[in-house]
Every structure is written in C-alpha cells, then in structure tokens.
Write a protein that binds this ligand. Structure first.
Ligand code: SIN
Ligand code: FE2
Length: 217
C-alpha cells in the first residue's frame, strides 16, 4: 500500500466546510495533484531554498519561506512587498509549475471564484513550534481575487478571525492536502497558524508546508 492510498483510507470528514461568508475548506482537494506537486515543489526548493525572513519590526519569523511565480512575497526591515527577484539568489523566483497553477485555479473555481490566475505562490515551512501570528493578506493590489491556501504534511490549527484584529478567531484543523479558499466578504479577514504540534507525517515527515496563492497585482 502506498502512503497516498494509506492517507485516503478512513477520511470521513465532510468534503467541504464553510468557514465564513466567502471562505471554505475543501478537504483533501490537493490529493489528486500530489504525485505531480511534490516533485515540482522539490525543484523549486533547489533553486530558491527556504529562509527565515525578518519582519519590519526586526523579528526573525519562525516560519521559513520561499516563493514561486513571476513575483514573490518578501519581508525585510524596510517593509513587506512583492518582488520579481529572490533577494537571496539575486535571480528571478522559480516559475510557477503548471500543476500548482491548475490546483489553485481548480480550488478557487470549486469555491465559486472563476478564472483565478495567481502570479504569486508563497511557500511556508513550519517545523514543530513554528507559528504565524494573526495578520491580513493586504499587500496585493487586487482584493477581488481570493486567496488559495494548500496544506501539506503535519496537521495545523488555522485561526480564522474577522475584519478586526480583536475578532476572536475560529479554529480549523487543516490536514495534508486540505485547501482553504477565502475571498469576497472574508478576503481581508485576519488569520494565522497556532504553534505547530510535533509529529511525523507519512509523506512529509516532521514538518508542514503551506502554499498560498495570490493575485498580487
Ligand atoms: C499564510 O497566511 O500566509 C499562511 C497560512 C497557512 O500556513 O496556513
Ligand atoms: Fe496570510
């Protein structure tokens, strides 16, 4: 039995779960893409490896990041921005592989957002203990497009709040191959990831990788 088949056995969760108006979890949506997605991801990481970015406040993030696509999201002491150049390599970010493009567009479509064509994919790596504080995705020029977020590896608790930082976030457990799509009325909702619990994932080992697709400009 392959790890992939093993993963699918006993997944009795409902295939979709509404999170808020305009926001939904699509359970296991990335599974049919996995065989193509993982080698594509490995090739990206060879070219632009994970690194821990520094926030404008001078804090080094516990989540390691990289990007693929025509622009990538970066943070440094001067601020947050989308940049066509990987500051570490001085070269363009790796191109977005067709399988990632397809997965993002299909998930958006399934969630009711037709024609999603992201040019940026932020890739986040969480090891046990890593977390992402509540934030809004607001460095994009176009808030009409949704955000599509793919979870791989160890399960995480995704925090999904409201338009105000103080809104108490709901907690959603995201597992390997789950995809979250948020847009429309919830496009600017605060969200984050609770400190990752330790564990060992059959396919991804001791980590969680998240792919976040954005229409950046
Ligand atoms: C993000 O908000 O950029 C990432 C969310 C996640 O890792 O699920
Ligand atoms: Fe985000």
């Amino acid at each position: 039995m392959t790890a992939d088949l093993f993963e699918s056995v006993g997944d009795t969760r409902p295939p979709r779960e509404a999170m808020a108006e305009g926001a939904v979890v699509l359970r296991g949506f990335a599974r049919p893409f996995e065989a193509e997605l993982l080698p594509a991801l490995r090739a990206i990481l060879k070219q632009s490896p994970f690194r821990h970015l520094v926030t404008p406040g001078g804090h080094r993030m516990s989540v390691a990041m990289t990007n693929c696509g025509s622009v990538g999201w970066v943070s440094d002491p001067t601020g947050y921005r989308y940049d066509a150049i990987d500051p570490e390599s001085g070269q363009k970010w790796p191109a977005m592989p067709p399988v990632l493009r397809r997965l993002a567009a299909d998930a958006a479509d399934d969630a009711g957002y037709k024609g999603f064509a992201p040019e940026a994919c932020l890739i986040n790596r969480y090891v046990p203990g890593a977390k992402l504080s509540l934030h809004q995705d607001k460095d994009e020029l176009d808030f009409a497009a949704p955000i599509v977020s793919v979870s791989l590896g160890l399960p995480a608790i995704f925090l999904f709040g409201g338009l105000k930082r103080a809104d108490k976030p709901a907690r959603f457990r995201l597992e390997h191959s789950d995809v979250v799509v948020w847009g429309g009325p919830s496009r600017l909702f605060f969200h984050g990831v609770a400190p990752l619990a330790d564990g060992e994932h059959a396919v991804m080992c001791r980590q969680r990788i998240n792919l976040t697709f954005r229409k950046a400009r």
